[in-house]
Ligand binder design. Structure first.
Ligand code: R2B
Ligand code: URA
Length: 310
């Protein structure tokens, strides 16, 4: 048995602050954001995070630390004298979080459960801190379908491995399906920020979100494989015909939970390889590091543009 959650209306207050779709939270004496090592009573969340406008998430702590450094120089933000960039969630030993003025840079780990837990807590953080109209970005990596390695893919839609455009999660013994919707206007605005001078392509399309890196993405190089190369190629061609440009592991969860919370969101990933040509990531590390800057550059352009026109 399953049911689909209704569309979200009135998910934000009139001033743009995030309204929680959970009546229990405001009845609690305190809310401990366990995996962030923060709490509504132990920390002054309004003081610490009230000015946050952009939440940028990506898989690894290292990449999100360097994104924080990068965005700091891009927006010309200066830390108060005598202070340095630090991991606010250091003592959670789970996720890393950096704050640079209006920008939060947070690592989300790999896969739906990891980013799902984080999103619950970050959405509550937005609520406790009274952040107004925050915009969420996932800046990540992926496998491309018929795209050269190093191509930037902006998702305008997200589907799971069964080509369903929702995020599915068992709740109280029932499968709940939440529409995995991304902000198409935001995706178009990001696309418009790519330029012919970029030495790589930036494309828009549907992103497939798998629950596994190997069999779940049709790879032949996992510890197990019970299909043939021809079957793999047939599946990838089927994805390609459906407009799927890339495969990663968080897009449906990210799209569905932000949409459910009424938060504008976009997914921008760089392809590490063309899955029509292979399975192993064999590009040298230095090249991968350079490629991983590309989604960051695009999102930084958006943030800079936004802050300038305000
Ligand atoms: C992309 O890269 C990771 C797997 O290597 C996963 O988090 C994803 O979505
Ligand atoms: N991340 C994925 O999930 N898949 C890839 O092929 C590359 C990065």
């Amino acid at each position: 048995e399953s049911h689909t959650n209704g569309e979200n209306k009135e998910t934000r207050y009139l001033d743009g602050s995030v309204r929680l779709r959970n009546p229990h939270i405001e009845l609690m004496d305190q809310d401990i954001l366990y995996h962030l090592a923060l709490g509504s009573e132990s920390h002054d969340l309004v003081e610490m995070f009230g000015d946050v406008k952009f939440v940028c998430m990506g898989g690894t702590p290292k990449r999100m630390e360097s994104f924080a450094e990068y965005i700091m120089s891009e927006i010309g933000h200066r830390l108060p004298t005598g202070t340095q960039l630090m991991d606010i969630s250091q003592y959670s030993y789970r996720y890393s979080m950096y704050k640079v003025g209006p920008v939060l840079s947070i690592s989300h780990g790999m896969g739906a459960p990891s980013i799902g837990i984080l999103l619950h807590e970050v959405i509550k953080l937005m609520y406790h801190a009274k952040c107004r109209d925050p915009i969420f970005f996932r800046i990540g990596t992926c496998g491309g379908i018929g795209l050269d390695g190093g191509t930037v893919v902006i998702s305008d839609d997200a589907s799971d491995g069964m080509m369903n455009k929702y995020y599915q999660v068992p709740i109280l013994g029932k499968i709940v399906k939440r529409p995995a919707k991304l902000d198409k206007k935001l995706a178009r605005e990001l696309k418009a920020l790519s330029t012919p001078e970029d030495l790589y392509d930036t494309v828009t399309g549907t992103t497939m979100c798998a629950d596994d890196f190997y069999e779940g993405q049709g790879r032949l190089d996992g510890a197990f494989c019970d299909y043939t190369e021809a079957e793999k190629m047939e599946y990838l061609e089927r994805l390609r015909s459906a407009g799927i440009k890339n495969i990663e592991m968080e897009a449906t969860t990210f799209a569905a939970l932000t949409h459910h919370a009424g938060i504008k969101a976009a997914v921008v990933c760089v392809t590490l390889l063309d899955r029509l040509k292979g399975d192993q990531v064999c590009t040298p590390k230095e090249v991968l590091v350079e490629w991983q800057l590309r989604p960051q550059i695009l999102v930084a352009r958006y943030i800079k543009r936004y802050l300038q026109t305000k």
